[in-house]
Design a protein around this ligand. Structure first.
Ligand code: PMV
Length: 332
């Protein structure tokens, strides 16, 4: 299969002989309508479109610089990684798309402001920041759309982390993936808020990549997912455009629960939600019956994220005192 992205980078890299130190930031993102299932694993092409909200100051800051030695160095959250670390292997495999066998040893430093591996999409901000930093270090003049196409190769959801605010990742039709990238919805909704209920911030035990493939291959419920989530994605985009939280909230929660239902039906069953996650959901549903206007979404980990409008913030914090509130449009 032709790989549009490799061709794009290799022509941009044709004249490059050295790297310069460059630092870039990318926000993490939470999908409101989920990406779950790949139609092409090698190119990270999704089976359906998805929509996310970026998390402002929660994200990754990455510096790419020439290595002071002949070998690559990768530091993650203040620690230099051993050569066999999974993070190092994934990072260097991604860097190789740019270097393509050329002798350009690099020092790569990444700091996350999001707990790593906790289902808070830190790989999304990580690969988006790495893409920006590599483009800067090699002085490649690529726009956000091109960078989104590249970041998608590291982690699908990274295609949505090149922008702040609401971002849609279109499923695309081309076999080479050239039309499967993020698009900023350019819609501001300052009252729109998120809260993270950290159930467990330790590293996750099952990657989203393996969970997704296992679900596609074995879950009899998966057949319904691509068309249904495409409808949800369009519905949620319209609800955002019209600032209709009454439509958005229930559909965000329904989409996430449907994704988890496809996993639960996988054989053997796949569970990312823990008993504590379910307890938080029960608490939310009880509070909602009493009038709280907040809805939940969950990814490939046990943490719960709430969506609500600014006016509900103090009520959300009363019910979930340890929640981290994020104002996606309100940071400097
Ligand atoms: O980008 P990945 O391969 O980590 O997959 C992300 C999958 C979900 O977080 C569950 C959904 C999404 O759209 O972000």
């Amino acid at each position: 299969m032709p790989d549009f992205v490799r061709d794009l980078i290799h022509s941009a890299m044709a004249e490059v002989t050295e790297a310069n130190a460059f630092t870039a930031y990318a926000p993490s993102n939470i999908a409101l309508s989920k990406y779950w299932g790949k139609r092409d694993s090698a190119l990270n092409l999704p089976m359906n479109s998805s929509i996310s909200i970026s998390l402002g100051q929660w994200g990754s800051r990455t510096t790419v610089a020439p290595s002071p030695t002949a070998a690559d160095i990768v530091c993650h959250n203040g620690q230099q990684l051993p050569g066999d670390a999974d993070f190092m292997r994934r990072t260097l495999a991604f860097v190789e798309i740019f270097r393509n066998g050329r002798d350009l040893p690099l020092a790569i430093t990444t700091e996350n402001t999001v707990p790593t591996g906790a289902g808070l999409a830190s790989s999304a901000s990580g690969f988006a920041a790495l893409t920006r930093a590599l483009c800067g270090a090699f002085a490649l003049e690529l726009d956000e759309t091109a960078m989104s196409l590249i970041a998608r190769h590291g982690s699908g959801s990274a295609a949505r982390s090149l922008w702040h605010g609401f971002v849609r990742w279109n499923v695309g039709e081309q076999a080479d993936g050239s039309d499967s990238h993020g698009v900023s919805l350019d819609l501001r909704w300052p009252a729109f808020h998120i809260a993270i209920l950290a159930v467990d911030t330790g590293p996750k035990t099952k990657s989203s990549r393996s969970g997704m493939n296992h679900t596609v291959e074995t879950s009899p419920l998966f057949a319904a997912w691509p068309a249904m989530s495409e409808v949800d994605c369009d519905f949620i985009e319209t609800a955002i455009a019209e600032k209709r939280f009454d439509l958005l909230g229930p559909r965000v929660e329904a989409n996430a629960l449907a994704m988890h239902a496809t996993m639960l039906a996988a054989r053997p069953s796949l569970k990312y939600l823990s008993s504590q996650s379910w307890q938080s959901l029960e608490r939310l549903w009880e509070a909602r019956a009493q009038g709280l206007n907040a809805f939940a979404t969950m990814d490939a980990g046990p943490n719960i994220k709430l969506v609500f409008l600014e006016d509900e913030t103090s009520d959300v914090l009363q019910i979930f005192p340890t929640a981290e509130v994020i104002d996606p449009f309100g940071f400097a």
